[in-house]
Design a protein around this ligand. Structure first.
Ligand SMILES: [Zn+2]
Length: 281
């Protein structure tokens, strides 16, 4: 049993569930004070897991690259005014799809990722990706992005402080993470989705309030939080009706209904994703 919250140190924590989708021995805890959800520390991640590409070892890199195109495109289009003529670092760049999309607007863009198994892929698409922040040298950036990376990091405060050293005084840190207040969990209370979403790689689940606490502790001030719904309402229909994902492929989505549905989720702060803009203080 964990004794206290790793973010706010409150001892008001509860056991949320036994087991995650790929490991029945890992427990999930929730802080009743700040709402942070976190995995039990008894689980020790394989230190080579990310550097040897084991997170994506079961699927083809090219297919993975194609599958993230819509997200990479959405992110670059939404951020194009922020990225325009700027020096950008994408931390935890994965297959590098964002580097290609954002490269249309940025002055310079490079990535950082532990994954050495993607070196051939990076070479093929002429992407500048380092495996460690120390390889970047004496350089600073106007924008640093992290898309679905923060929740994988065991000591987020340490990494965020380190990234701050690479950020200009007037620079911006952009973080996208899954929202722990996702409607499937908090509104529909889908047991099937709950069983699916908790995963040994996601060490923490943040919401719009506790991510502010983390950023403040790490030397940043949050400027803006945008609520984004990546999956359409048909995905929710699938989870509720069939108790599985993929509803957005199975059921026909009405764009007008989806537009209104997303607005509703945004107002309720129950979208599946949050996008945070923070500045160094
Ligand atoms: Zn807490």
């Amino acid at each position: 049993m964990e004794n206290s919250c790793r973010l706010c140190n409150s001892d008001n924590i509860v056991l949320l569930r036994h087991g995650v989708r790929d490991n029945s021995k890992i427990d999930v805890f929730k802080c009743k004070n700040c709402g942070l959800e976190f995995l039990s520390q008894t689980f020790q991640a394989d230190k080579d897991f990310y550097s040897k590409g084991r997170m994506h070892s079961t699927y083809n890199v090219e297919n993975w690259f194609k599958s993230t195109y819509a997200d990479d495109f959405r992110r670059a289009e939404f951020l194009k005014n922020v990225l325009k003529n700027k020096n950008v670092l994408d931390f935890g760049t994965g297959n590098g799809g964002f580097l290609i999309q954002a490269g249309k607007y940025a002055n310079n863009i490079c990535g950082c990722d532990l994954d050495e198994s993607l070196d051939e892929h990076y070479k093929k698409y002429d992407l500048n990706v380092k495996h460690n922040l120390s390889e970047l040298g004496n350089i600073s950036f106007d924008v640093i992005t992290m898309f679905h990376v923060l929740e994988h990091i065991d000591n987020p405060e340490l990494i965020l402080e380190k990234l701050k050293e690479f950020l200009n005084y007037s620079g911006q840190l952009i973080i996208e993470v899954p929202n722990s207040e996702d409607a499937l969990l908090t509104l529909y209370k889908s047991k099937a989705f709950e069983k699916f979403t908790y995963w040994s790689c996601h060490l923490y689940a943040y919401n719009c309030d506790n991510i502010k606490i983390l950023l403040k502790k790490s030397g940043y001030k949050v400027k803006n939080i945008k609520f984004i719904q990546r999956y359409p309402y048909t995905n929710h229909v699938g989870w509720m009706k069939d108790k599985t994902g993929g509803g957005h492929k199975k059921y026909t989505c009405n764009k007008a209904i989806n537009y209104v549905y997303e607005k509703f989720l945004q107002c309720a702060k129950k979208t599946d994703t949050i996008l945070v803009t923070a500045v160094p203080i």
